[in-house]
Design a protein around this ligand. Sequence first.
Ligand code: AMP
Ligand code: MG
Length: 433
Amino acid sequence: MNQKVTPATSLNKTISTKTYAEPQSLSVSKVRDLISQSIQPIHAIENLPVQQALGRVLAEDIVSGINVPAHNNSAMDGYAFAGKTLSDVEETNFSVIGKAFAGRAFQGVVAAGECVRIMTGAVMPDGCDTVIPLEVVAKVSDVCIHIAPGSVKPGSNRRMAGEDLAIGKIALRHSKILRPADLGLMASLGIATVPVQRRLRVAFFSTGDELRSVDQPLDAGCIYDSNRYTLHAMLTELDCDLIDMGLVKDDTVTLEASFRKACEGADVVITTGGVSVGDADYIRQTMAQLGDVAFWSVAMRPGRPMAFGKIYSNGKSAYVFGLPGNPVAVMVSFYFFVKQALQQLQGAEHVPPLMLKANSKQVIKKRSGRTEFQRGIAETNAAGELEVSITGSQGSGILRSMSEANCFIILEHDQEQVNAGDKVMLTLFDGLR
Ligand code: AMP
Ligand code: MG
């Protein structure tokens, strides 16, 4: 039962820093690359009703089996007629010969000098290519309309068959993370079930003798565990199946049992705490015993210590992320390393977070040689420009800084101090979901 399985060669090749010794700091982008090179996507497809596919990764291209819209139709409520019969110089008169409703077409052909009263979405009658909106018609009676010269261009206010989605064309590409518009788009093609990648199973636990759950009394010198709650929420937003394994004490026997259980039941294991070099940080040795795990010192703030690799137990394997203990560091490491890896595992396209440029309202201290993720409050000023300030103290244990902020200000590796009025790059928390 305690046998160690030989790690996958791909992982072995790409992570050669398996060591207890603190290796030299790696840049954020290097760590991201190392993780990305090690991940083998899991291909397991399931078919879901379209309503249940929100947030899931599309497993196959969706090819349009029909034209959407299926017919040329009217974009307005008004009158349909042949545009070439309009006069440029004088009023044009048309006699009204019938009505066309959405879902109930006008039967018959419209000749020169004739028009049809038409509603939005109604099929364009034969002989018509132009719609004049009701409010633009100069004079109207039940039997006749008068159109002033220049009030409508021939061909206007008509939607063409297939202009939204053309038959035979790819409507959605595989690997897309499905959003509300995508579900509607598939429905517009008459697609009832969608092939998606299965959800990832993610097990997570917090380590530290000082931690207590919210339903336990807070003994002297102890703190409540917050990491498990932020992780739970962030993983929920990524639509994972969650295995919350609670609190685990800083002792190697319990840790090993927890890692094995997590590994046997999940695709990914995430832990917090115990990856630095403190005396009670047994997690490193336990993780290392169970597989091929690299311990990195990342040139970032907050963050720095982090473990990543693959562990094995009873013929099962799981990727493992050992995140730091400090609550803000956990969130930053999750958003900028773990999230991308989880999406890659599910075969999702990589969409880097949208970066916005903003004026800093203040001096922000920064040392070159590490990436900093400062918590910011971004807003648009009276001139419509984006500006940002930081949320007070930026300690990696101050979770309030995350709660008050609406964005991360990302100060790149080589950047030095920011002065008031300087441009900085930020990414909104909303975009990190
Ligand atoms: P560690 O990485 O285990 O040395 O933890 C670093 C700091 O984060 C310590 O002050 C811990 O008490 C704190 N910490 C660790 N885990 C948690 C947690 N789950 N919730 C809140 N704080 C934590
Ligand atoms: Mg600890």
